[in-house]
Structures are given as C-alpha cells and as structure tokens.
Design a protein. Sequence first.
Length: 202
Amino acid sequence: MSKHTKAAGTAGGEDRRVSLFEGVIDGCSLAIGELDEEKAREVCQWKYDGDYAVYNLSNWQTAKFLRHGITDERRRRKEFRSLLDGDGCFIGYFRLFREEPDSVTLTIGMEPSHCSLGLGRKVMELIKRYAAKEYPGKKLLLSVRGFNRRAVRCFTGAGFQTQNRFLRETPSGTTEIFLEMECVPQPDAGFLGISDTVPEPE
C-alpha cells in the first residue's frame, strides 16, 4: 500500500475507512485505525536515509523469524495502531503497551516521506488523547536515540520531559545513548472521541 492508498474501501471503490479515533488538530485531520498485516508489511519496507537508516526494519520474513512484535497478529491487534491522514492514507503507526502499573510505553514510526513536514506535534497530540481514553490517568513513557534531535524536539514540544539518559545495546551490536522521556496526564485533560476535535490555540 503506498502513502496515497486509502486505508479501506468497498468493492465499488468507495472509501469506508473505519477509524477507532479521530480529530482535527490545528486544521489537520488525522485518524487512528487498526494496523493490519498489509500495513505491517509495508512498515517493514520503509527506508530512511542517512543517520536515520538505523530505523529501517528487517524484511517481513526476517522480522517474523526474529519474532518482532509487529508481525504477531495477537500483539498487533492489542498494541499497534495505524495513523491516517484526512484522506485515509497510511502515514505512520504507533504502539502502546503496559510494563508498569502506572504507565504506558509508546513507540512510534512515521512513513519516511511524511517526516519533517510538521506533522509530529499534531500526531503526538492525537496519540496523547487516545492514550488518555484507553489508559486514563497513566503517564506516557518513551525512549529515543540521543542523536535524533528532530524526534527529541517533537516529543518535548508535545509535553514530554527527559527523565534519564542511559546506554543501550542496539540490534546492530553498537552501544548508543538513549533518552527516557515522560509525559504526565493533566487532571483536567479532556478526551477525544470519534469526530471530536482539538481546539486550535488562540
């Protein structure tokens, strides 16, 4: 599925996107849907350039052999979600999973051609509200490579704060600095439901 392909359609070609959650953030329509195997296979084909090539995944068969979570249908249905633009095109995905009673861990990936387009903060805003609905009162945690200043700026702008710096061995065998970041929910934060919107800042 290319970035211009609709998320779903009827036999007659009519778009019938099934959204789990959606909103309009700063005039940008975004939605969250299921991450089916077709989209998961596409993620394994995404290729990032330069330093960001460390985010390239193995091909589908290798990923299955290595038992990556994205290839497991049960885990994919429970933890993984797709990100869709206003036309229903697949632009990214994220994963939410529980490791501690008071928190939810987030991982996220954007389709390469949709990086550096100013979508990051909007996407994170929608994910935060989806997480607040699914896991009320739980703080969000994520880890990001220290060199990835683009992602760190995005997460910081979305309300995440750096809690720790640590060394981690990567799948390639190298050791890199990672930042552990946290976003604590606000007591008065509202939830977004289907067709609800996030008010634009005044």
